[in-house]
Design a protein around this ligand. Structure first.
Ligand code: DC
Length: 207
């Protein structure tokens, strides 16, 4: 079974993906980490995230063993990831890895921006997770401060709005709800509430 979860930055899709995978004993891939790892490799080497050839080389050399690096979660890496992810050749270089992951038995949960539309258009269940930019900024701010990163909430909101615009406006695989995806608005839900709502959608698909 394939569960595809898409949504904008800080919508809670990663937490949901992790919880659904744990519930069903499935494997989980946070595909944002792929783009973040490519972006971090470029930044570490002093290159621009807009450098197509270097970005593709970094995507080809990706090592999933480093995906738990906490530095991938920083605001700066997220911003650079949004830039590299707009390069069609980078997306192409990361396609096979994601599609192979989706074949995991007994099932896989992938979360990102284009899972239901491009990576796994035949997923068994698609969930498009969203929340207002203000609520998402509040969550991201809490996450950053808990990790000891200093940030102003207004800057976090501005970053989220900029990221939404870039992720939804790019020509290749823009962030959008697939026609057959269920919309899950988590604006007024806590983690448990969002999980219960997502679980109900998956259970409906399993029946
Ligand atoms: O979900 P995230 O914040 O970790 O993602 C970082 C950036 O990576 C995001 O701004 C857009 C890009 N991304 C993408 O284009 N496609 C995906 N499937 C996942 C992330």
């Amino acid at each position: 079974m394939i569960i595809a979860i898409d949504g904008p930055a800080a919508s809670g899709k990663g937490t949901l993906g992790k919880k659904l995978a744990a519930h069903y004993g499935f494997r989980h891939l946070d595909t944002g980490l792929l783009y973040r790892a490519v972006a971090k490799a470029l930044l570490d080497a002093g290159h621009s995230p807009r450098h197509q050839a270097r970005a593709v080389a970094a995507a080809d050399a990706l090592d999933p063993a480093h995906f738990d690096d906490v530095a991938l979660k920083s605001q700066a890496v997220g911003e650079a990831a949004s830039i590299v992810s707009a390069i069609p050749e980078v997306r192409m270089a990361l396609l096979a890895l994601q599609r192979n992951f989706a074949k995991a038995q007994p099932g896989a949960v992938l979360d990102g921006r284009d899972i239901g539309t491009v990576i796994c258009p035949h997923a068994d269940v698609k969930i498009f997770v969203t929340a207002t930019p203000q609520v998402r900024a509040g969550r991201r701010f809490a996450e950053l401060t808990a990790r000891g990163e200093s940030a102003a909430e207004a800057d976090v909101l501005a970053d989220i709005l900029k990221r939404d615009e870039r992720d939804m406006g790019r020509a290749t695989a823009p962030l959008k709800q697939a026609d057959d995806a269920h919309l899950l608005d988590t604006t007024t839900l806590d983690i448990d509430g969002a999980f219960r709502a997502a679980l109900a959608l998956v259970e409906q698909a399993r029946r």
